[in-house]
Design a protein around this ligand. Structure first.
Ligand code: MRU
Length: 368
């Protein structure tokens, strides 16, 4: 996707010096566009925990490059297998909810664990991180292709009028590497000349909607309107939303969807108003090992300051009294029964164990 007409991925290895990994810094967007350099394992961990990079697919790919950077800086102070295991375990603790992180680290660990030579292991880690990155791009592209007919179908029912899509948080290309998950079908529809309009939930406390989704839609020329988080229900009651389309940080094998806090309330409102609620996600966001989203998905609780202050152009301002009790849950779970369908890289399925395993039969080995 483009920023000021120039094509970017959210993460890349420096051409000519693969030991340097660059990422778009999402902390100051849309007010400042900065590129950050990751040279060490700690740089990668910090980029994930401080949300320089965020969004499930991007977190996973950054973690993979982080293991590569750990090996690049191996000091020989402990046996290589011990070091590799420690780095992988440590990386997995960085953010708890998005399963893509553990998924990517597990893949890279399994790929490297029998390698004995550090140079070869480092090269293989780099190649695997690159492979995971390109897989995520392919997944998002395919999600876009599979989701496009849903938008086309609605467009046919209201000729000449835009299809109104409500989204929450940022599940666009900034959250992945390119295209995005929830926004990939929107971009494909826009590129195919279908009139679309996106209702963008601001998504407090970090405002990924009003800052990041608005930024990327604006950059691609897709019509949108930012709305306060509590507006969606009202719009749905008045027929102003044709579909809800969100991403996911972790979806169970039974179709329970964990996504940014507030997603569940949109699903309830959609259900009450007969608005289809779709979730777009790559298989790297499906946790085939769990069945119950409410009890088995760890929900990240973040720093209270994200709620106490609001950050925008020009800085931070406090929006609560001093010394105020604050809770800051990062995610919630939408039960499968509220989900109209899952849009994956292999096609659309119902949010049920049967349909998910039909689409991903090879993942059966990871069940239970
Ligand atoms: O806390 P964040 O910004 O990493 O949360 C991101 C989301 O909740 C996205 O909706 C989710 O990762 C799906 S994105 C491809």
């Amino acid at each position: 996707m483009n920023i000021n007409g120039q094509h970017f991925h959210t993460i890349w290895a420096e051409a000519g010096n693969y030991n340097i990994i660059r990422v778009i810094d999402q902390q100051k967007l849309p007010f400042e566009f900065n590129i950050k350099t990751l040279k060490t394992f700690s740089d990668a961990k910090e980029a994930i925990s401080k949300m320089t990079v965020r969004g499930a697919p991007l977190i996973g790919v950054t973690a993979a490059y982080g293991i590569f950077l750990a090996l690049l800086n191996y000091q020989n102070d402990k046996p290589l297998p011990v070091y590799l295991k420690e780095m992988c375990d440590d990386m997995k603790t960085t953010r708890p909810t998005a399963v893509n992180l553990a998924y990517a680290v597990d893949i890279i660990y399994r790929h490297l664990k029998n390698e004995t030579d550090v140079k070869r292991m480092t090269n293989r880690a780099f190649n695997k991180a690159e492979e995971l990155k390109h897989l995520e791009i392919d997944y998002c592209n395919a999600i876009g292709e599979h989701g496009l007919p849903l938008i086309e179908q609605i467009a046919r029912q209201k000729p000449g009028k835009p299809v109104n899509i409500l989204t929450h948080c940022n599940a666009g290309w900034l959250a992945s590497i390119d295209w995005g998950t929830a926004l990939a079908p929107v971009y494909k529809a826009h590129l195919n000349g279908i009139p679309v309009h996106v209702w963008v939930d601001e998504t407090r406390p970090r405002n990924q909607g009003s800052r990041l989704t608005a930024f990327e839609l604006q950059q691609q020329g897709v019509p949108f309107t930012v709305i306060p988080d509590n507006t969606g229900g009202h719009l749905m009651q008045h027929g102003k939303v044709d579909m809800v389309l969100v991403g996911s940080d972790r979806t169970t094998r039974t179709g329970d969807v964990c996504n940014k806090i507030g997603t569940y309330l949109k699903a309830l409102a959609a259900f009450d108003n007969g608005v289809p609620f779709y979730v777009a996600l790559p298989s790297s966001s499906i946790d085939f090992s769990i069945a119950n989203g409410l009890t088995e998905i760890p929900i990240e609780e973040r720093n209270f300051e994200e709620v106490q202050f609001i950050e925008g152009k020009g800085g931070k301002v406090q929006v609560t009294p001093d010394d105020c009790p604050i809770a800051n849950y990062g995610f919630d779970v939408t039960p499968a029964r509220l989900v109209a369908g899952l849009i994956t890289e292999r096609g659309i399925c119902e949010a049920t164990e049967k349909e998910i395993s039909n689409l991903f039969p090879n993942e059966k080995r990871r069940l239970h």
